[in-house]
Design a protein. Structure first.
Length: 293
């Protein structure tokens, strides 16, 4: 038996298995159920006394239920003698509300950071943060963000010939630019104007010829897909040869995956931070590297 245990949460069992194999740790899935009244039942798969425990728990789908599961698992592991509890959140929910956009609103990212203090530290992959520079500025426990940029760049380099990379908006440009720099290809950003959560308009910020080219639209997250659909329309209008949508986190709310294909996406690729049919890029290696480091 190893002195390190990887526990896979409801949304991240496959990723947790891969991670455990990479770091030569014991693996077990959290045992969960629902009581008749809807409350969560949780049990650890084996004794964690004297072990370093790594809980791998992506918070999509069902972020509310998964949050409770995560808190229960971390606190239980500590109570039952774990020497350290590390929460690996491949997708960390509730970070987007990073200020009060309107009076009387909940400032959710401050609250989420406060209630995850049962772990000793937290690791998140490409968290969706905008007005803060890093996770540590809001967490009371050590918090580290790691990026899938290198893995995405490697995928593009291996699978797409002579790509041109587009960032759908200023927020996404940090990912698009860094990925383009890694593989030395052209990159540009689009200017976005958001009217509502479902209504956006897009315009190329710089003149660039997309005709006959393999366009790769890069973002950290595809949620409703409305922003990316507008970029697809622009690329089609400019006679792009192929259009690949590539993101770290594939949420695909409101049937977004179908809508993206219907809009004209040639292919849609995401990592396995959120497991679905588009998850072609495995992030277990970068988590293992961070844990070993």
């Amino acid at each position: 038996m190893s002195n390190t245990a990887v526990l896979g949460g409801t949304n991240s069992k496959e990723l947790a298995k891969k991670l455990a194999k990479r770091i030569n740790a014991d693996y077990g899935a959290l045992i969960t159920d629902k009581f008749p009244d809807g409350e969560t039942y949780l049990k650890l798969p084996f004794s964690v006394e004297g072990k370093k425990v790594i809980i791998v728990e992506g918070m999509h789908p069902n972020p509310n239920e998964i949050l409770i599961e995560t808190i229960f698992a971390a606190r239980t592991a500590k109570e039952l003698g774990a020497t350290e509890v590390v929460l690996v959140a491949p997708y960390l929910a509730y970070l987007r509300q990073d200020k009060r956009f309107h009076p009387l609103e909940c400032w959710s990212n401050r609250i989420i950071s406060a209630i995850l203090h049962f772990a000793d530290r937290i690791i998140a992959i490409d968290p969706h943060i905008q007005r803060i520079t890093d996770l540590q500025s809001i967490f009371k426990i050590p918090a580290k963000q790691i990026t899938a940029n290198a893995l995405i760049a490697e995928y593009i380099q291996k699978n797409i010939k002579e790509p041109v990379i587009l960032g759908p908006d200023e927020e996404s440009y940090q990912w698009a630019e860094k990925i383009a720099e890694r593989i030395h290809v052209e990159v540009t950003v689009l200017r976005k104007k958001r009217y509502t959560s479902r209504h956006v308009t897009i315009k190329l910020k710089t003149d660039i010829n997309l005709k006959g080219r393999n366009v790769v639209i890069v973002d950290d997250i595809i949620s409703s897909g409305h922003t990316m659909i507008e970029v697809i329309k622009q690329a089609k209008k400019m006679k792009a040869k192929t259009i690949t949508c590539l993101a770290v986190h594939g949420i695909f709310a409101e049937n977004a995956l179908v809508k993206l294909k219907k809009a004209g996406a040639t292919s849609i690729i995401t990592t396995n931070t959120v497991l679905n049919k588009t998850s072609k890029i495995d992030v277990s290696s970068i988590i293992a590297d961070e844990l070993k480091g």
